[in-house]
Design a protein around this ligand. Sequence first.
Ligand code: PLP
Length: 422
Amino acid sequence: MDPVGILEEASHYLVGGVNSPVRAFYKPYPLIVRRGEGPYIYDINGNKLLDHVLGYGPLILGHRHPAVLERVRETLENGWLFGALTELEIKLARKILSHIYPGGLIRFVNSGTEATMLAIRLARGYTGRSKILKFDGCYHGAHDHVLVKAGRAASHLGVPTSKGVPIELTQLTIVGNYNDVAGLEDIFRKHGEEIAAVIVEPVVGNYGVIKPKQEFLTALRKLTSEYGSLLIFDEVITGFRLSLGGAQRYFGIEADLVTLGKIIGGGFPVGAVAGRREIMELLTPKGPVFNAGTFNGHPISMAAGLATIETLEKEGLDKATAASKAIMEIIDDTLRRKYEHYAIVRVESMLQFYIGVDSVESPDDVRRADKERFLKIHEELVKEDILVAPSQMEAFFTSIVHGEDEVRLFQQAFEKALGRVD
Ligand SMILES: Cc1ncc(COP(=O)(O)O)c(C=O)c1O
């Protein structure tokens, strides 16, 4: 089949030929997927690609994991939407809270975007304040209050990153520098009393991968407590990936609210806010902070999430982490022979590499890296049937079904691909 012809047809009906912008890469050819199995996806021409995108994070068990498939099939047999409470929601809530927020409460929504939107509303409702603080380089979904970049440094106030977002709204969002403790203290000195919440990716996964400095996370906890602001950990990527208890357990920092998505739906649409009981109880129907959703707690997403977390409880995350570590070593060996300046950042099963810089600790470092060369490597990797995200602003993921065979495949392909890049 001719993928270019299909793309033309897609573009006739879908804006830009896709439904989410990161999917719009067409080199070496437009990728049109037919199915997935384990760590592999198959395109419309039957090419088998080793998948390190994994749906941008949810598929920590790989594609079509039998435990998920079975639970979803079983659930479908009973019907799939009731507009009423089901036992599946209770089971998944109990399970997630036992790992992520023992003693807390959870509300399921339909995406990470909805989760962060709701967490921010809750924080504003709880504190009676309007401003939020986010960090340059952190992505929290596609809604107005977080589509903000840093304005003039002096003011710290945000300007929209998208047309259509009113500047009046983004001026309620202060933008800080990730990993900058002195900057954070300065923002709190100036605005601390007005800040309802700080929202942060505890490991940046949407500006490449950036590790947090422990002192940055500690300062976040300390300053928010001191000034009566809430700390929101956006764990849409890190939840059930860094550890079963997410980044909170991994770094030993407790947030007031945690936003979740991706893995907790096992590849089906989901989002959630979990957190302290007294804050969560402000939500409708108990309290005055509004949230509702036709698809909230959707049975199929709940079933897939349950099967995923139960499988992770049995099998652990070690295999995903081991594959990521092995891949990091391969990338390191290969890049060292070719480039004087490069950096690799890995946290458990999240990874990214950068050419042209010696280390990456901030979004500025990522911006300095050689984006063009990364794209060239991406193109050559796809020719070798390895799928990684088409931008150094994303992360490489591994799943618990990426084993030694896949690592070997990656090694051969990476060396060959790099051989064709300057
Ligand atoms: C940290 C983080 N927060 C929020 C979101 C938004 O989630 P969704 O795409 O499900 O709306 C994402 C998506 O990539 C994310 O990585």
